[in-house]
Design a protein around this ligand. Structure first.
Ligand code: ADP
Length: 743
């Protein structure tokens, strides 16, 4: 009796195991998993019929149960064979064998199922075992045909597996060997059982065990084994080095790259060998246990000793719960990057050198062009002042316009190169915003009137009276916009308006100054607007062919505005006109509202600009180019200042020991002793150690102002000398008592 109970229990457990495996297998969508699931279902059914055999109340019941049992084994084998063919990639054979196998199995099953009627395969007899009745079978020759079919199915399966094992690569061979091992185990157990000839058939349980084992093989062991093998293959294929250590600092794994680069193998890799030892030491020096560090390796090769640069990461290996299980080193070869970096640095140095050469060239070019231009414009100014002949004056005016255009061009090119070299400085100073408008008005009113354009200025009366910002550059930008507006407008008007942004007006320390130039000119097509600020880019080329321009003005304006933290925008309609607006943040120096704009300056301010006389003042002018001296003397003629001249540094130094001057105008570039050397010698001894010295220079490059101030010059004037600027400087630096204002 116990035998039956144990038998039923074991069978029930086998059914549960099969059903659980079946459930787990449903997650796999492959064909072989589907076939294995079918095999398991028939396995569960077969075990169930086995239980029925054990508890059969009479021989007829046992006969029916046995026939279902033997038939279901057919189907287990059919699907198991299908699984093996599919799993070992014999899809083609599977397709060919499917129908004949199905026909054979159906025929065999029908034959078996008819046994209770005809008794042609086996017959039932009773056997008493431990006081209980067991029904057993005696087989007839036809049954051995059925058994033969079953074994042929098993042999065919094994044949296909063995074939695949022989044809596969190492990695996949392991996966098939596992399946073969499971099948062999089942066959051996089955044969063992048959030789033991127990009272009840337990062979089906072996099929259940086989199904479950196969499941674990295909879902767990095989993928894991494939993964570890593949990962180590990938690690060997890496262009980085990888080495793993356990907690006892023993090497677990080192990939090929690591072993090759450091000439090591698993047995020689340890924490006391390189690079581990240096990496750990260098991290320790930084106060870190794990982290990233650089490592320099000197390797001997056929080419000699070669430097290899590495980035090495030393880190901890952790399990899923975050416990340390070892450490690893990941080694990246940086040699190529370092060599690129070296090349880039060399290229950068070269570019810097070229840029420096360009700056020097520009400074020289500026100097060489400005020097003769100084003479041309200076002499021309004399003609304008002294000639009474209207024809001559008209010629001289043309010379002045062209000379100024040339000067403008040189300045634009210099500005552009300064911006490119990021050498443009923003120099804030305190100024009256009305001066911006006034200077623009003075400079452009005549040319606008000459073209019949109405030229208007609109100014918000609430603008602070005094602002701090880069007046010179804001004026330069505004002048460029106004000059363009006049240039590109044939009829109508040009309006300059000035305002401040309401939002920032509340913060009394800062305002955003808004300057807008509106014209009714040719306008700019919408698609051209984005290119407007590109350097050397002119739009409307056809229409503008006769209008002079380089296409640099707006590019410079945009860079300058952005350097000042502001922005520039354009609104334009082709054929109707344009509006350019710049907004620049400025500091408020005096928040008193500025009031109405007046084109003429107030009397007290005007006095400053008015001409003066200084007959008692003594000025020394030093320049190696005679014509420059003549220009200055002529420009100063009406101030009645007593002018001494020197044509070299040494001559000036000698004169300075003899006489005390009120002011010295000193040229920068002179042969033998330049202006700066001369200045320092004059400062050292003689009578003019504290005389204010103004530098006269054709070097208008950025930074010049600060450089001269650093040397000790009180101010500097650029060539060509602007007569107004010259007079203003003299009035400012000559002793007050010697400057006589016109009443
Ligand atoms: P340019 O020296 O050619 O005037 P800019 O950089 O100042 O160089 O201007 C670039 C181009 O933008 C000009 O060539 C012109 O085609 C166009 N442009 C600038 N201002 C105006 C304007 N007010 N009206 C129409 N076109 C303009």
């Amino acid at each position: 009796m116990y035998t039956k109970v144990i038998y039923v229990l074991v069978d029930s457990l086998a059914i549960i195991a099969i059903l659980l495996t079946y459930g787990a297998l449903r997650k796999l969508s492959t064909e072989y998993a589907r076939l294995l699931r079918h095999a398991l279902i028939f396995g569960a059914f077969a075990i169930f019929t086995n239980i029925l055999i054990a508890v059969a109340p009479n021989p007829s019941f046992a006969n029916h149960s046995y026939s279902f049992y033997f038939a279901s084994i057919d189907w287990i084998l059919l699907y198991l064979t299908g699984f093996c063919l599919s799993y070992t990639d014999h899809e083609k054979s599977l397709r060919v064998l499917r129908i004949p196998a199905l026909i054979i199995m159906i025929a065999d099953s029908v034959a078996i199922l008819l046994n209770p009627l005809f008794g042609h395969c086996f017959s039932i007899y009773e056997k008493i075992h431990s006081d209980a009745i067991f029904y057993q079978t005696t087989f007839k020759p036809l049954y051995y045909v059925h058994l033969g079919i079953d074994y042929i199915a098993v042999l065919i399966t094994m044949f296909f597996i063995i074939y695949r094992i022989s044809k596969s690569y190492d990695l996949y061979r392991q996966k098939y060997v596992m399946i073969l091992a499971v099948l062999l185990l089942v066959v051996i157990l089955n044969l063992l059982y048959m030789t033991l000839s127990l009272v009840l058939d337990a062979s089906v349980i072996f099929y259940a065990v086989a199904g479950t084992l196969i499941y674990f093989c295909i879902v767990r062991f095989v993928p894991k084994k494939l993964m570890t093998d593949s990962i180590s293959m990938v690690a060997d294929d890496m262009k980085e080095g990888l080495v793993l250590f356990d907690l006892k600092e023993e090497c677990i794994f080192a990939n090929d790259f690591f072993k090759r680069r450091f000439g090591l193998n698993e047995s020689t890799i340890s924490f006391s060998s390189e690079p581990m030892c240096s990496v750990i030491r260098s991290l320790k020096d930084k106060g870190e246990e794990f982290g990233k560090t650089t490592y320099l390796n000197m390797r001997e090769s056929e080419k000699g000793i070669e430097e290899e640069h590495y980035q090495i990461r030393y880190n901890q290996l952790k399990d899923k719960k975050g416990r340390g299980i070892g450490t690893y080193l990941l080694v990246e070869d940086d040699t190529e990057e370092m060599s690129y970096l070296k090349q880039i640095r060399a290229a950068r140095d070269e570019a810097n050198e070229a840029n420096r050469a360009k700056s020097i060239f520009l400074a020289n070019m500026s100097h060489e062009i400005r020097t003769p231009l100084n003479a041309v414009l200076g002499m021309n100014e004399m003609i304008l002042r002294e000639s009474k002949d209207p024809q001559l004056i008209s010629y001289a005016r043309n010379i002045r316009t062209s000379g100024n255009s040339l000067l403008h061009l040189i300045n634009d090119i210099l500005d552009f190169s300064r911006i490119e070299a990021r050498k443009m400085d923003i120099l804030p100073s305190q100024y009256n915003p009305h001066d911006l408008l006034r200077e623009c008005y003075d400079n452009f009113e005549k040319s606008a009137a000459g073209k019949g354009l109405s030229f208007k200025i609109e100014c918000n009366t609430n603008i602070p009276k005094s602002l701090t910002g880069d007046y010179r550059h804001i004026l330069q930008i505004l002048s460029n916009l106004v000059s363009n507006a006049v240039k590109y407008t044939k009829t109508g008007s040009v309006i300059i308006s000035m305002g401040i942004l309401e939002a920032s007006a509340r913060d009394r320390k800062r305002v955003t100054l808004m300057l807008t130039v509106t014209d009714t000119g040719i306008g700019i097509a919408r698609e051209d607007i984005p290119q407007l600020f590109n350097s050397f880019q002119r739009v409307n080329e056809k229409e503008n062919a006769t209008i002079q321009g380089t296409g640099l003005g707006l590019a410079i304006a945009k860079e300058l505005v952005e350097l000042m933290g502001g922005s520039i925008r354009v609104d334009s309609i082709l054929g109707k006109g344009s509006r350019f607006t710049i907004s620049v943040p400025q500091l408020v120096a005096d928040p008193t509202p500025i009031g109405e704009f007046r084109k003429d300056i107030l009397e007290e301010e005007k006095a400053y600009h008015e001409s003066f006389r200084a007959p008692d003042a003594h000025v020394l002018v030093v320049d190696d180019v005679d014509v420059n001296i003549v220009v200055i003397c002529e420009l100063l003629k009406k101030t009645e200042i007593q002018v001494d001249t020197a044509s070299s540094g040494d001559e000036a130094i000698a004169m300075c020991t003899v006489r005390k001057y009120d002011l010295i105008l000193l040229d920068h570039r002179m042969p033998n002793k330049d202006g700066i050397e001369t200045f320092h010698e004059i400062r050292q001894d003689g009578q003019n150690t504290d005389t204010p010295v103004i530098m006269l220079t054709a070097n208008a490059l950025s930074g010049a102002a600060e450089e001269y101030q650093k040397e000790g010059f009180i101010d500097y004037l650029t060539k060509p000398i602007d007569s107004k600027a010259l007079e203003q400087s003299l009035a400012k630096y000559l002793p007050k008592e010697k400057v006589l204002r016109e009443k």
